[in-house]
Write a protein that binds this ligand. Structure first.
Ligand SMILES: C[S@@+](CC[C@H](N)C(=O)[O-])C[C@H]1O[C@@H](n2cnc3c(N)ncnc32)[C@H](O)[C@@H]1O
Length: 239
């Protein structure tokens, strides 16, 4: 995906930490509420440019994992106090455990049950006994709606404007498609247009719950008064 590779330098213009402030506050409450005792050391799988971590690090000691060295470099600049590790969240093993594991939008990149189960297993392996993993997919099959969105920002590096077109060409499979049309204007006023297609995973709630149980988790429900409008899947490692 170009967004996490050749365009990664533009991530802070594509998407700023300020845009993540509200949802990160919600995730911090969800993590705190689901932990017993509340977590201190948190592993984020698929942390990208570190926009969420920018907020979460105020409450937790964050270790950040991503596949893209370019996105890790962006996050490292934003979050120099956090530990960064390059790796595939389906297979990485750091050889130590955390109080909680958090997986946000990177989980959308898991397009089949085997990959989704593999990330759940990674989370499980990195949790101390009674530690909790929190997964937050953009959609589950029951909540999916085709939609069009847009965004972008102006920074000292230049400007980005993008259109995000979310569709489901085949409602019988476990994927949907997000096409990004990204306009980039650099500091010299040169503008270019890039198309980037992402294929994301889409699973019914029942599949999420079954895979979490198969990965060894005890299902937890996280009740918060201010719903963020997403399904949260929380699982606790018994021992
Ligand atoms: C939308 S970005 C995450 C942005 C992040 N929430 C933030 O706050 O900046 C999705 C990230 O998932 C990462 N990713 C996708 N598949 C991965 C995998 N198998 N292992 C590790 N990271 C992966 C990509 O490299 C990308 O950085």
């Amino acid at each position: 995906m170009k967004l996490y590779g050749e365009l990664a330098d533009w991530w802070p213009t594509f998407s700023t930490p300020q845009e993540y402030r509200k949802e990160a506050a919600f995730f911090a409450r969800a993590l705190t509420r689901s932990g017993d005792p509340p977590p201190r050391r948190v592993l984020e799988l698929g942390s990208g440019g570190g926009n969420n971590a920018f907020h979460l690090k105020k409450k937790f000691a964050m270790t950040l994992v991503d596949l893209s060295p370019h996105m890790l470099a962006v996050s490292q600049a934003l979050n120099p106090e956090c530990e960064h590790q390059e790796g595939d969240i389906r297979t990485i093993r750091l050889g130590r455990t955390f109080d909680a594991v958090f997986v946000y939008d990177a989980i959308c990149h898991m397009t089949n049950e085997a990959d989704l189960r593999a990330v759940m297993r990674t989370a499980f392996e990195h949790l101390r006994p009674r530690g909790v993993a929190l997964f937050v997919p953009d959609f589950v099959r029951e909540t999916f709606v085709e939609n069009t969105d847009h965004g972008g920002n102006d920074t000292t590096r230049g400007s980005v404007r993008f259109l995000q077109w979310t569709t489901d060409p085949d409602s019988r499979d476990t994927t949907y498609v997000v096409d990004f049309a990204i306009l980039i204007r650099d500091a010299e006023s040169q503008t270019r247009l890039v198309h980037d297609r992402h294929t994301y995973g889409l699973f019914p709630r029942a599949t999420w719950r079954r895979l979490l149980r198969e990965a060894g988790f005890e299902l937890r429900s996280v009740q918060l008064p201010d719903g963020f409008g997403r399904d949260l899947f929380a699982g606790r490692r018994r021992r």
